[in-house]
Structures are given as structure tokens and as C-alpha cells.
Design a protein around this ligand. Sequence first.
Ligand SMILES: *Cc1c(COP(=O)(O)O)cnc(C)c1O
Length: 431
Amino acid sequence: MQFLSTRGGDRVGIDQALQRGLAADGGLYVPERFPSLAPDAFADDLDLAAVSTRLLGAFFDESVLAPALPSICAAALDFPVPLIALADRNDYLLELFHGPSGAFKDVGARFLAEALSRLRHPDQPPVTVLAATSGDTGSAVAAAFHRRPGFRVAVLFPDGRVSARQAHLLSCFGDNVESYRVAGSFDDCQAMVKAAFADRELQRRRPLTSANSISIGRLLPQMGYYALAALQYWREHASPLNFIIPTGNLGNGLAALYARRIGLPIGAIQFATNANQVLAEFLASGDYRPRANITTLANAMDVGAPSNLERLCALLPGLPQSDPTISAAAVTDTAIAARLRFFHQQQGRVICPHTATAAELLARTRAAGDQRGWCVVATAHPAKFEAVVEPLIGATVPIPPTLVPWLARPAQSIALAATADALRDRLSQGA
Ligand SMILES: *Cc1c(COP(=O)(O)O)cnc(C)c1O
């Protein structure tokens, strides 16, 4: 299997696509075709690693990693992704936050780390994984590459614009991980990272690689949890499961569409966004109007120009008319807060503000009389967003055991001005 750039000017195997991140022509890598697998093909696959190994096989058929795929999946995908039946019949919650950093991004980051480790030649100089983060990406990437031989990690986050606990999680790793708190916005962090990747002189001294959400190596393994949940529902109900997915850059959502294309029993898909409503507008009218993002309670989804939209349009040309089973709607901060509180009262479960956008769309869907099986995707543990969540529910959220050891470590980050020069100087010092 080869991978094509969405812009048409690049075609490579998966190994190169994993190492490059972005295609040579600036586009995003997409599979040139999709394998076809019926639910029966997964009859013997009972956990996430087994389902993922089977799903990913065709994408890695020409890769040097093909024989290692089962062990990559076993090592990376070793935590539960439970599908929980809610109090109302036919409502489900898919919890994706039981990995080491408490968010779904652990799945992609850990898979990518296992794959890149095996692609690395032992004689190569260490490579620095450079990641700008608005919150969750940085800690998932840092956890995945922490103490991994041959890799260093540099994480940039906007100082004062992530939750206190997120900031601690981004700064607690030490060893081969450095955290930079940038005096600027997430957009500034991204611009600094872009400038570093464009700086050949810097890269000669300090080889860099990317692990951001446009990497196909993060996207593909995310199909696994949709497949596992849909198969579980299929075996019980003999009908497809429909999903509501909290969405920012569309990486998580696209994985559901990819799994459906392969033949998994996935029905309709709704994307829930916060007040950044570019995607909802696009799927309602076909007009794409990217713009600066606004800050919301669901900060990991504060995206004004979803980077994976190119992949969505490559997969489904002619949207929105071409596929009425896909939709998106925006949820305001007021509705997020009300839903989070009500969900807690009604279900006795605490959800994070991102998950609350999807729970709100589920409530609207039920109010409209839809009786099908719907699954809300829970993208992060609520304890990561304690400052938003705790006042709303009037209780403290216990820290999950996965996060306890990290939060017990001291936090240490380096202050950086929001300029490309500041980052270049810092990275050169450490080279
Ligand atoms: C990253 C993130 C999202 C958005 O995921 P995309 O793949 O960018 O759509 C949603 N919720 C949480 C908690 C996240 O960390």
C-alpha cells in the first residue's frame, strides 16, 4: 500500500509517511485505497491490540514493520477502551482516557512512538520530537517518548492558557523531555515549530521530527477503538453503532470514517464542535471559512481551521451533499456547562468539557425522536480539567491512578519568548 498526498504531488510507502509527517508538497498523506473487512473477519479479535493489528495489516503490507505489527499494537495499545452502556437504553459512552496521559491522544502517540523506534537505525543521531500543544497532545507525546532511546522531546505550550493540571502534566517528565512555556498563544507555538522545521541549518545540528495530529501514524491506529466498540455492539444488536465525536482538528473523527469505509458496522457520525463552528458551517452549507479560533471551555478543540479537512474532502468528495450520514453542530460554552452538570446529575458520571459537547448533541438527537444506538466518545478524563469541571458539579474529581505518578513528580519548564529565534537558540543550546 502506498500513501498519496492530498495535494497530489507525493506518493510514498507507510514507513516514509510515518517519518515525514507532512507530505513533501505540503499536503497530508492518505491511503491510496482501503481494504475491505467484514465484521466476521474480526471473529477471533477480542481486544484493542488484536482488532488494531488486523485493521492495520493492509496498510503496512509493504512496510519493514509488517512482521512487528502485532508487537507494536500489543505494546502501544495496552490499556482499556471500555464501551459503557448508559442509564438510557441504547445510549453509550466510549471511554478513551485510560492511557498514561488521560486523553485519546495516547493511542496515536504511543503507536507512533513504537513504530518510529523500530524504524530508527541504532547508529542514527538522536532525533527531537517537536510538538506544539494546546494541552493534551504534548503530554501524550511526552509520555509516549519518555526515556525512549534515540529520542528527545521538546514540547511548547502557551503559558497560562492550559489548565494547571495540564501544565503540570506537560512539565513533569524530565529525562529526555523538555517543556517550554511560551509567552504567547497556541498559534504562536505552532508558528515557532513551523519555523524550526523550515530551518535547515538548525536541523543539521539537531534533527527534528513531528508527532502532531496530521501524522498518518497517529490517525490510523485510532480506527481500532471505533472498530472494537462497533463490533461489540454488532454482536449484541446486529445493527451498526452511530457515533458522536468531540472534534477540533478532525483527527479522531476521520479515524471513525476510515473504519467505516473498511467495512466496520458504523452508522451515522456526528461531529460535535465547541463555539469554533467552521466545520459545522462547512457540513451545513459547503462553505469553508477558516478563521482565528476563539477560546472555549473545551480548549483542546479550539480550532479555527481544522487541519484534517483536506483528508475529509479527499475521502468524501462532494460533501456535504455526497453523504447525508455525516453532520456537525457547534455547542456554546453555556450549553457545555449545562450539559456537563446535567449529565452528572442524571448519570452519576463526570465527563470532561469536550465530551460534554457530544453529550449535548446526543440529547438533541434524542429530543428529535431518534431511537438508534448512539455512542458518545469520551476524549479526556475530567480530572485534567478540574478548574472547569469541579465548580460545575460541586465536587472534586478523583485523580485517576494513571495520572497519579506523573502529578507526584515535580514540574519544571523553561520560559521562552514567542519567537522563532528564541526556539532556535534554545534547541541549538541543547544540541
Ligand atoms: C485533541 C482533543 C480533541 C479533538 O480531537 P481532534 O482529533 O483534533 O478532532 C477533543 N477532545 C480532547 C480531550 C482532545 O484532547
